[in-house]
Design a protein around this ligand. Structure first.
Ligand code: ATP
Length: 636
C-alpha cells in the first residue's frame, strides 16, 4: 500500500551469521569485558588471537559519540524546519489510512445486509460506495507517498549537508591525531546508514504508527468484544520490544566501532604496504585483521540475536490474534453478541493491523541502527576546537615564535623552546637531519597546530586566535601532499579567490613555470583534472598547488619540502620564478636540498628540536659548525 523500503529488518534478521556457529551475545560493557566474553567462547586458535588483540590493541583514540539527547535534538531541528510538509504528510497518510479502514466496515455491513435479505438496490449502493472509498484511498495513498518521498529526500540532503559542513570545519591538527579509519567509517558507512534511516525510517515509522493507531480505533469501534482479546495478545510482545529498545542502541554503537577498527587496520596495512612487505609482516597484519573481524562478528551476532528474538516474539504476537478473533467471534456469534459482519470486519482489521505493525517494528529497528550511526556522526561535531578565535586583527605581517614547545604525545616534546623572529619579506630556510623537528616547526609557524607552551604571533596577534579564513590570508603552509581536486585547471587554482580573472590564473601558472604544459592541453584552463580525468605528474600537481597559493596571496608562506618531488632542473626553474614572485613576501622554506638554503637570506639549523645555528649561508659556512659540515658533505 505505502512505499516499502529495501533492506527491511526481516531481511537483516534472516541474514546468515558471519560465522557458522551461533554464540551467545557478548556481555555489554567495556572493551575488556567483550574480549573476556569472547575469550571464553572461542576455540583455542581464536582465543590466542584474541589474547594478542587484547594485549596489543587497546582501544584507540577514537572520535566522540554523541548521546541520545543530541540525536533527538538534531532530528527535532530537521523536522522543525519542515513543519508544513510534516503536517501535510501526517494528514495525507491519515486520510489514506482512514479511508482504507472504512472498507472492512462496509464489507461487514454488506454481509449483514445480505444475510438479512435486503433489496438488491441497497446492496448495489453499498458496493458502489466500497468502490468510491477504494478509489479515494488510492488517490490519498499516491499523494501521501509522493509527499513522503519528497520529505525523506529533503531531510536526507539537509542531514548530509550538516555532516559535510561539520567535517570540513574540523581542526586539521585534530583530524591528523585521531584514527583515520574511524573517520572514514563514519563518513561512509554511518552516513549511508543514517541516510537510509532518515529517508525511509522517519517517514515510514510516522506512516506505520499512524495506521496502527487508526486501525486500533477502528477495531474498537467495530466491536469491543472482538478487539480487546486480540489487542491483549499483541500487547504481550511489548516487554520484548522494550528489552530490544533498551539494548539495541549500545549494540549498534559497538558494532559501528568494530567497523571503524577494521577500517583502521586495513588503512594502516595499505598505507604501510611497503614496510609490511619489507619486514615480512604480512601474517601479523592478516592476524590483526582476523582479530578485528572476530570482534566485529561477535558484535554483529549480538545485534542479530536481539533482532531474531524480537522477530520470533512479534511473529507469534501477530499471528495469534487471527485465531483469537475467530474463536471469540464464533463464541460471540453463538451467544448473539456479534454479527457475521462484525466478525468479517474484525478479521480484516487484524489483517490490516499486522502489516503496519510489522513495518513499524521494522522501522523502529532501522531507526535504532540509524540513531547509532547518527550518534557517531554527531560525535564528530563534538570534537573540541583546538583554538578559540578572537576578534583582534594582526597589526602588520611580523611573524614571531617565542619559546615554542610542542608534543604529539604527552610528555614527549619534539620542540624544546624555539625562538624565531622573521623579518618581513625575508627568505628563511630551515635545515637539519630527518626527525629533528623541521616540519613541526613549520606547522606551528603556519598555525596548523598551536604550541604546547610559548606563542606564534603575527602582527602581535597569536595565530591560534585568528579565525581560519583570516589566518589563511596571512600565512599558508604548502606541504608534500598536493591534492588536485576533480575539476578544471582553473577551478583548482582559484579555490581561495573564486573571482580571479583568467589573466591572473595565467600569471600564477607562468610564475611557477607551468604555463607551457597547460597551454598544450587542448582545452587549456578548462581541461578537467583530478581523479578519473587528465593525469598530472607529481611535479605538475605540485605546480598547481603553488599557483593556487599565489592566487591565495598570503604575505607569509611556509614551504615544507615544496620542491622535493620535482627534478633538480625543474626545481631550480620553479624556485627562480618563485623568487621573483615572492618579492616582498616572507617565505619559510623547509629545505631538503641545500641549494635552497644557499639562496635563502637566513638559514636556521634545527637539531633535536632546537635551533642550533641561525645566519646567512656565508656566515654559517665561515662559522664552521653543523651547517658548514652539511654543506661540505653536500658539495663534496
Ligand atoms: N603526527 C605525529 N605523531 C607523533 N609523532 C610525530 C608526528 N609527526 C612527527 N612526529 C615525530 O616528531 C619528531 C619531529 O618530526 P618532524 O616531522 O617535525 O621532523 P622533520 O625534521 O621534519 O623530519 P623529516 O625531515 O624526516 O621530515 C619526530 O621524532 C617524529 O617522529
Amino acid at each position: 500500500m505505502l512505499a516499502t523500503s529495501p533492506d527491511t529488518w526481516r531481511d537483516r534478521a534472516t541474514e546468515p551469521p558471519a560465522v557458522p556457529h551461533e554464540l551467545e551475545p557478548p556481555r555489554e560493557g567495556s572493551f575488556t569485558d567483550r574480549v573476556t566474553a569472547l575469550r571464553r567462547r572461542h576455540s583455542l586458535r581464536e582465543r590466542r588471537a584474541l589474547e594478542n588483540y587484547a594485549q596489543s590493541r587497546k582501544p584507540e583514540r577514537g572520535w566522540p559519540v554523541a548521546d541520545n539527547q543530541a540525536v533527538l535534538h538534531f532530528l527535532r531541528a530537521l523536522l522543525r524546519d519542515r513543519k508544513r510538509t510534516f503536517v501535510l504528510l501526517v494528514v495525507l497518510n491519515g486520510m489514506a489510512a482512514a479511508t482504507g479502514l472504512v472498507v472492512p466496515r462496509l464489507l461487514g455491513a454488506l454481509i449483514n445486509r445480505t444475510v438479512a435479505g435486503d433489496a438488491a438496490s441497497s446492496l448495489n449502493a453499498l458496493a458502489v460506495l466500497v468502490v468510491v472509498v477504494v478509489v479515494a484511498q488510492a488517490g490519498f495513498t499516491f499523494l501521501a507517498q509522493r509527499t513522503s518521498t519528497v520529505f525523506g529526500q529533503d531531510l536526507l540532503s539537509s542531514a548530509r549537508e550538516y555532516i559535510v559542513r561539520t567535517i570540513l570545519q574540523l581542526p586539521l591538527g585534530r583530524v591528523e591525531s585521531a584514527s583515520s579509519g574511524d573517520l572514514v567509517t563514519r563518513v561512509t558507512r554511518d552516513v549511508g546508514t543514517m541516510s537510509r534511516s532518515v529517508q525511509y525510517g522517519v517517514p515510514m515509522s510516522i506512516i506505520s504508527g499512524l495506521t496502527v493507531v487508526l486501525s486500533i480505533i477502528a477495531m474498537l469501534l467495530n466491536s469491543l468484544v472482538l478487539a480487546v482479546p486480540s489487542l491483549m495478545v499483541i500487547a504481550l510482545a511489548y516487554p520484548q520490544v522494550r528489552r530490544y529498545l533498551r539494548k539495541a542502541p549500545k549494540g549498534y554503537i559497538n558494532e559501528g566501532a568494530t567497523y571503524s577498527r577494521i577500517n583502521s587496520t586495513l588503512t594502516e596495512t595499505v598505507e604501510g604496504a611497503r614496510t609490511v612487505e619489507a619486514l615480512g609482516l604480512a601474517d601479523r597484519r592478516v592476524g590483526a585483521g582476523d582479530d578485528d573481524i572476530a570482534v566485529s562478528a561477535q558484535a554483529e551476532r549480538y545485534t542479530m540475536t536481539l533482532r531474531n528474538l524480537l522477530f520470533a516474539v512479534i511473529d507469534v504476537a501477530f499471528n495469534l490474534p487471527r485465531v483469537v478473533t475467530l474463536l471469540v467471534g464464533a463464541w460471540g456469534y453463538h451467544e448473539g453478541w456479534v454479527s457475521l459482519g462484525q466478525i468479517t470486519a474484525a478479521v480484516l482489521y487484524v489483517e490490516a493491523l499486522s502489516g503496519p505493525l510489522d513495518r513499524l517494528v521494522g522501522e523502529v529497528d532501522r531507526l535504532q541502527v540509524g540513531a547509532a550511526s547518527t550518534s557517531r556522526l554527531l560525535g564528530i561535531a563534538q570534537v573540541p576546537p583546538d583554538r578559540t578565535p578572537g576578534t583582534q586583527l594582526p597589526d602588520g605581517p611580523d611573524l614571531v615564535g617565542s619559546d615554542l614547545r610542542f608534543a604529539y604525545r604527552e610528555g614527549h616534546d619534539v620542540l624544546h623552546g624555539v625562538d624565531l623572529t622573521l623579518d618581513t619579506g625575508e627568505r628563511l630556510a630551515i635545515v637539519g637531519p630527518s626527525g629533528s623537528g623541521k616540519s613541526t616547526l613549520g606547522r606551528l609557524l603556519s598555525g596548523i597546530n598551536g604550541p604546547r607552551t610559548g606563542s606564534v604571533t603575527i602582527g602581535d596577534v597569536e595565530l591560534v586566535e585568528l579565525p581560519l579564513e583570516t589566518l589563511r590570508t596571512e600565512v599558508a603552509l604548502v606541504t608534500q601532499e598536493h591534492h588536485v581536486f576533480k575539476g578544471s585547471v582553473r577551478d583548482n587554482i582559484i579555490l581561495a579567490r573564486e573571482d580571479s580573472s583568467d589573466e591572473a590564473v595565467w600569471d600564477a601558472l607562468r610564475a611557477v613555470g607551468s604555463d607551457d604544459w597547460v597551454e598544450r592541453f587542448p582545452a587549456g584552463l578548462d581541461t578537467q583534472i583530478g581523479s578519473g580525468n587528465t593525469q598530472l605528474t607529481p611535479a605538475q600537481a605540485q605546480q598547481i598547488a603553488l599557483a593556487r597559493l599565489i592566487i591565495a596571496d598570503p604575505h607569509t608562506l611556509v614551504l615544507d619540502e615544496a620542491t622535493s618531488l620535482i627534478d633538480p632542473r625543474t626545481a631550480r626553474t620553479l624556485e627562480g620564478s618563485m623568487n621573483a614572485l615572492l618579492e616582498g613576501r616572507t617565505v619559510v622554506a623547509i629545505a631538503h636540498r641545500l641549494h635552497t638554503a644557499h639562496d635563502a637570506d637566513r638559514i636556521a639549523v634545527v637539531i633535536d628540536g632546537r635551533i642550533v645555528e641561525l645566519g646567512s649561508h656565508h656566515e654559517l659556512v665561515a662559522q664552521g659548525g653543523e651547517y658548514a659540515a652539511l654543506w661540505r658533505a653536500w658539495t663534496s
